[in-house]
Design a binder for this molecule. Sequence first.
Ligand SMILES: Cc1cc2nc3c(=O)[nH]c(=O)nc-3n(C[C@H](O)[C@H](O)[C@H](O)COP(=O)(O)OP(=O)(O)OC[C@H]3O[C@@H](n4cnc5c(N)ncnc54)[C@H](O)[C@@H]3O)c2cc1C
Length: 388
Amino acid sequence: MMEIFENTETAFALKSDAELERAYYLFRMISVEPLVKIGTSLTNFAIKANLPVEGLIRTTVFDHFCGGVSEEDCMPVVEKMWDKGVCTVLDYSVEGKDTEDPLDDALAKTLEMLDFVKQKDAIPFAVFKPTGYGRFELYKKISAGQQLTASESSEWDRVVRRFDQSCKKAYDLGVSLLIDAEESWMQPAADQLVEEMMRAYNKKDFIVFNTLQMYRWDRADFFRDQIEKARSGGYKVGVKVVRGAYLEKENDRAERKGYPTPICASKLETDQNFDNAITMALDHLDNVALFAGTHNEMSSYKLMSEIESRNLKKNDPRIWFGQLYGMSDHISFNLANAGYNVAKYLPFGPVKDVMPYLIRRAEENTSVAGQTNRELELLKKERKRRSI
Ligand SMILES: Cc1cc2nc3c(=O)[nH]c(=O)nc-3n(C[C@H](O)[C@H](O)[C@H](O)COP(=O)(O)OP(=O)(O)OC[C@H]3O[C@@H](n4cnc5c(N)ncnc54)[C@H](O)[C@@H]3O)c2cc1C
């Protein structure tokens, strides 16, 4: 079954020769850690200093990992992927805004995306990030159990309202909404809010999905607890299961502040934790829907095997595979070709605002052992097949 991921012709069918070349050189570049470190600092500096680097970023990393500046820019990509059976999750990836206007903009984007989800089969989920809707420091303060000032309390009320408006609209339209997970020191406030949303809007259908970062050793218990609460509260649990994108930040902070790291002791433990979460979701499929967000071939294979051994349909509407645009096309397109439900996150937004996202992708492809090499190996194989 693993050979399924080896078909590079299917994997890269949408890439022109020029795009294939760009991907190849891009991954070669970001596989070199010092280059990413220097590139990241230079880019951050250039953007802050208003140097004209946007064009360069756009034609290199941005166009590889993003659909464009606006949702309209993304539509040709959405259509092309849909042609190959791969769905899209439009991801407005503007991060780290502290004033109210961008927070309301993010809400407006989600509400707009929910209409797309209703209208287009190619777009099965909307998504938002908790810090898109509220200030990081506010989540952090609540997560630490600290008292809010009067003005912070009303600020939080507005965050709650943004969550509620989004989830209620998803519920009214009968469509699904994924909510991303972020750093562990802001996540308790977000988790609490998402749980309330599930309680309110997941009575009948899988509308609201929380995200579980399985690099956290406490998430298996958390998941078990969520399933239990939903069962007794008479509502359903939607979960996006991922490994987690803030590994170094988490470990650094824990070390600096002198508390035990929330991260699993090894990659192997994270892998086991992730795969166990998949099993746990499938064991409770009567009340749980699963979106497995991963570029890991073994985990994808594990989910495929479980679907088969449990006699579930490949396209069971409660089970989705997910990858990020610009990564692991060999998984996405081959799985879709075999009949599984697959969706790729397609980020969009102004170039300088999606930089934190792009930097995370570059760093992830550097520090994650094996992943870039695998990507490069497949790109090389396809270049050879096309005799480029
Ligand atoms: C569709 C989709 C949605 C996503 N949404 C989110 C989200 O909401 N929040 C979020 O945080 N991330 C999100 N991610 C990113 C995700 O968390 C991972 O960073 C990324 O997918 C890489 O993990 P992987 O499963 O593909 O597998 P791999 O490449 O096999 O694993 C890499 C991951 O393993 C973990 N890891 C690596 N080394 C160690 C170590 N020494 N000890 C312990 N663990 C280790 C880290 O989490 C690392 O990212 C999403 C990814 C996808 C595909």
